[in-house]
Design a protein around this ligand. Structure first.
Ligand code: PEP
Ligand code: MN
Length: 356
């Protein structure tokens, strides 16, 4: 259930509503208000509330509207908000801004899996800009499967990323792995990335949602997450106060080691029905193979993804992390060119069909 608060409600009327909600839910659920566009709302699990209770809630003067949804996720659902969410990237740390979602051009994010040196990052960042990329990626805190692998440069890496933004003017995305690091990462990042291994780290999701800057959060799909679980993870962030969530399909675990993961492209059009949040695709982690990245990028755009995030390296074979799936700046240039051509073609054919 979603309660939309009447904007003209006085503080006593709101307090009365909150007290009633706490009583009705037996103080067992967190009751918090969050902003969605220009509305202030409270979402809660209404499964234990009967018809009489719902009527009582409707009668509260602070309540403008009650929306009853059948899905477990609420605020992120398309049923609640029919318009696409548009996410402005880069507004907080004053880089060039870019808007992702809705009918905007697909946004291409690219850069190394891990930041290795300032030189490496700057060379790639310049190449990403030249190729037409709009956001620079780079991991400073790396969630590695083995404790003996390169773990990333940490805070030093974040400072290098900030310098890359300063020089190129492009916003940056980087991963945050633990709640206690959200503030430190948010000081530098334009987008907070939550990785597949942390997709259900609920304290981290809450911390990213509660950060006052409301930086966009890129939420990767968990290794074996269902769409409902994924959307509920996004719901944690939105219900904690941050509506700026971007979903990222990065492949799910299956049985065949030929590809690193299985790219579930059908989730893109399906998510566009289920949620108003934008969806992008990571063809690098999804396939684990450099040769497959260009064609799966095309496929993702054809499936109407709102963007791509692609691992790119000047010399992929020497990369400290994920070199096999990293492409060169030349390949990135080609992919961006194809993405633009494909987008034009899809718009023209949609226009032709609507006028036929
Ligand atoms: C990454 O982007 O480098 C990364 C670790 O991604 P994922 O969480 O999808 O594995
Ligand atoms: Mn990687």
């Amino acid at each position: 259930m979603i309660i939309t608060i009447d904007p003209s409600a006085q503080s006593e009327e709101r307090a009365q509503l909150m007290a009633l909600l706490c009583r009705l839910t037996g103080n067992q659920h967190p009751i918090a208000t969050t902003s969605m566009g220009n509305r202030e709302v409270i979402a809660l699990d209404a499964s234990s509330l009967d018809g009489e209770t719902t009527t009582l809630l409707k009668q509260q003067s602070a309540v403008e509207q009650l929306t009853l949804l059948k899905t477990p996720y609420q605020l992120v659902s398309r049923e609640f908000q029919s318009e696409d969410t548009h996410i402005v990237i880069g507004a907080v740390h004053q880089s060039t801004t870019v808007t992702l979602g809705g009918n905007n051009d697909p946004v291409i994010m690219a850069g190394p899996c891990a930041i290795e040196t300032q030189d490496q990052l700057m060379t790639i960042a310049r190449a990403v800009k030249r190729a037409g990329g709009k956001v620079i990626r780079g991991g400073a805190f790396k969630p590695r499967t083995s404790p003996y692998q390169f773990q990333g440069l940490g805070l030093e890496g974040l400072r290098m990323l900030s310098q890359a933004r300063e020089e190129t003017g492009l916003p940056i995305i980087t991963e945050v792995m633990e709640p206690a690091m959200v503030d430190a990462v948010a000081e530098h990042a334009d987008i907070l990335q939550i990785g597949t291994r942390n997709a259900q780290n609920f304290p981290l999701l809450r911390a990213a949602g509660q950060h006052p800057a409301k930086l966009p959060v890129l939420l990767k799909r968990g290794l074996s997450q269902t769409l409902d679980e994924w959307l509920l993870a996004a719901e944690y962030i939105v219900a904690s106060g941050n509506p700026n969530v971007i979903l990222c399909e990065r492949g799910i675990r299956s049985y065949d080691p030929q590809t690193r993961n299985v790219l579930d492209l059908s989730c893109v059009p399906l998510l566009r029905q289920l949620t108003h949040l934008p969806v992008i695709v990571d063809p690098s982690h999804a396939t684990g193979r450099r040769a497959l990245v260009p064609i799966m990028s095309r496929a993702a755009i054809a499936a109407e993804a709102h963007g791509l995030i692609i691992e790119t390296h000047i010399d992929p074979d020497t990369a400290l992390c994920d070199g096999k799936q990293s492409i060169t700046p030349e390949q990135l240039t080609q992919i961006i060119h194809e993405t633009q051509a494909l987008t034009r073609l899809m718009r023209e054919s949609a226009y032709a069909l609507s006028n036929a």
